[in-house]
Design a protein. Structure first.
Length: 352
């Protein structure tokens, strides 16, 4: 369900501010320190019940005030929901003025944030690409997500047992139970996303070829059981033990590993494309409208790359809200973005 009207109350530089996104893609422009990222932070607080910049919710409260609040209309095809999150000494959430949980709000408003580190999905290590699958698994296959959490807990307990010279067989058994389900879930998610990822790549990198391969974290010549049972205790502290936590998603562009050949700007472009494709699949599965927040989207992207990215994001089934220091004029893109200017606690709609 897309985001409509939004109200911020005592959120950092905003004493009170209202903005009507109308369920449409939006671009927030303004100088450094004007409050663009703070506005995204308010949306994030609404969906996740916390800040993405600080682990302390009290730091969101405007100086001299006691509480912070964010309220929004979430638009459905036949119904509109009013959601609200406040923090004074604890987080309080409501849906249509009735007590609710943050998870219930996040189901209405599934959200992901893409900031300066987004390029690491492509350019970083395997863990960054696994996080993309974790995000999809959390929303699409929550039962598999629970299994994944249990597997990681068993992995930590097994490593602890090895360091202490104890028998870790019970934890190996639990890992062996969860590993096949995790691998099967990941392969289903990748298969469901591939058409959307291909669409994104062809739009962002016309004329070039790409491929994506998933490799389980177990050598082809060894079973997970035999590999774990033969693991030496002195290696327990090393994150090298085989299993789903060591799986790799190899992305290649024109036959070469993307992480070795793409620039930071190209890595950012492809990473956002992968997130867009995942959100597209997510929307179809959940019958919802995922919200993509992109902070400083123009950074490291040339004018042509920005235009391609704006065109791709606007034609998806997710709602995109992005920030930019330099205002984007309507004549620079044929996409139907709502343009807003942010300036120290004030937000105004821009018609040009």
């Amino acid at each position: 369900m897309p985001l409509g009207g939004l109200r911020l109350e005592n959120l950092r530089c905003f004493a009170q501010a209202d903005v009507d996104f109308g369920g449409a893609p939006a671009i927030l422009s303004g100088a450094n320190g004007s409050g663009k990222t703070t506005l995204l932070e308010g949306i994030y607080l609404l969906s996740r019940g916390r800040s993405f910049r600080s682990g302390y919710p009290n730091r969101l409260i405007r100086r001299g005030c006691q509480a912070v609040g964010v309220e929004a209309d979430v638009l459905g095809t036949s119904i509109q929901r009013r959601v609200r999150v406040t923090y004074e000494k604890k987080i309080v959430a409501t849906i249509d003025h009735q007590a609710a949980t943050i998870r219930e709000i996040s189901q209405l408003l599934p959200l992901t944030l893409m900031d300066a580190g987004i390029a690491q999905i492509v350019l970083g290590g395997a863990e960054q690409r696994r996080k993309l699958l974790d995000w999809l698994m959390f929303h699409v296959e929550p039962e598999s997500w629970i299994v994944w959490k249990q597997y990681r807990r068993a992995l930590r307990q097994w490593q602890w047992a090895l360091r202490k010279g104890m028998d870790g067989a019970v934890w190996i058994e639990r890992m062996l139970v969860g590993a096949p389900r995790i691998e099967a879930s990941r392969k289903r998610l990748i298969a469901a996303c591939l058409p959307h990822w291909h669409e994104a790549f062809e739009s962002l990198f016309p004329g070039r070829n790409w491929s994506l391969d998933y490799s389980p974290g177990v050598p082809p010549s060894a079973s997970l059981a035999s590999a774990l049972q033969g693991w030496a205790p002195e290696r327990a502290t090393q994150p090298l033990a085989p299993g789903p936590h060591r799986a790799e998603i190899e992305i290649r562009v024109d036959g070469a590993p993307a992480r070795h050949m793409l620039s930071r700007g190209q890595g950012k472009l492809l990473s956002i494309g992968l997130m867009w494709g995942g959100a597209h699949m997510l929307a179809q599965h959940l019958q919802a409208c995922p919200l993509l927040l992109i902070d400083d989207f123009a950074s490291e992207l040339d004018t042509q790359a920005q235009a391609r990215l704006l065109a791709l994001l606007a034609r998806g089934v997710s709602q995109v809200i992005l920030t930019a220091v330099t205002p984007v004029r309507k004549e620079e893109t044929s996409c139907k973005y709502r343009l807003f200017h942010v300036e120290q606690g004030h937000i105004r709609w821009s018609s040009s």
